[in-house]
Design a protein around this ligand. Structure first.
Ligand SMILES: C[C@H](O)[C@H](O)[C@H]1CNC2=NC(N)=NC(=O)C2=N1
Length: 103
C-alpha cells in the first residue's frame, strides 16, 4: 500500500503539482489554490464541505474566505512537507468545488 504520509521527493514536487488543476507550489512545501464563486454563501457552503471532509480524514487545510473567493493552502505538518495525502486532498477539494458549482 502507498504511504500517503510520505513526503514527495524534492525533484518530483514541481511535476506532481503541475499535474493538478490550478494548484501552485509555494515555499517549497505548500500547495495553494483560489476558488471563485458567484456569491459569498456558495463559497461558505464549499468551506463547510471542506471542513467536514477535513475532520473525517483528520487533515486540515488553511482556509481563507475573501468575499466570493476561497483560498485553500495545504501541507503535511507531521511530515514537514508535501505528501501524497496533500495531492489526494487537492483533487478531492476540486471534486467538491465541481459538485457545488458544476464547474
Ligand atoms: C493528530 C492529528 O491527526 C494531526 O495533527 C493532523 C491534523 N490535521 C493535519 N492537517 C494537516 N494539513 N497536516 C497535518 O499534518 C495534520 N495533522
Amino acid at each position: 500500500m502507498v504511504n500517503k504520509e510520505k513526503r514527495i521527493l524534492e525533484g518530483e514536487k514541481e511535476k506532481r503539482v503541475a499535474q493538478l488543476d490550478g494548484w501552485k507550489l509555494t515555499d517549497g512545501k505548500f500547495i495553494v489554490k483560489r476558488y471563485r464563486f458567484t456569491d459569498f454563501l456558495t463559497g461558505v457552503q464549499f468551506v463547510n464541505h471542506i471542513a467536514e471532509f477535513s475532520e473525517e480524514i483528520q487533515h486540515h487545510p488553511f482556509i481563507s474566505i475573501d468575499y466570493k473567493m476561497v483560498t485553500l493552502k495545504l501541507t503535511s505538518w507531521n511530515a514537514k512537507g508535501l505528501t501524497e495525502l496533500d495531492l489526494t486532498c487537492a483533487q478531492k477539494y476540486d471534486g467538491l468545488y465541481e459538485s457545488i458549482t458544476g464547474k
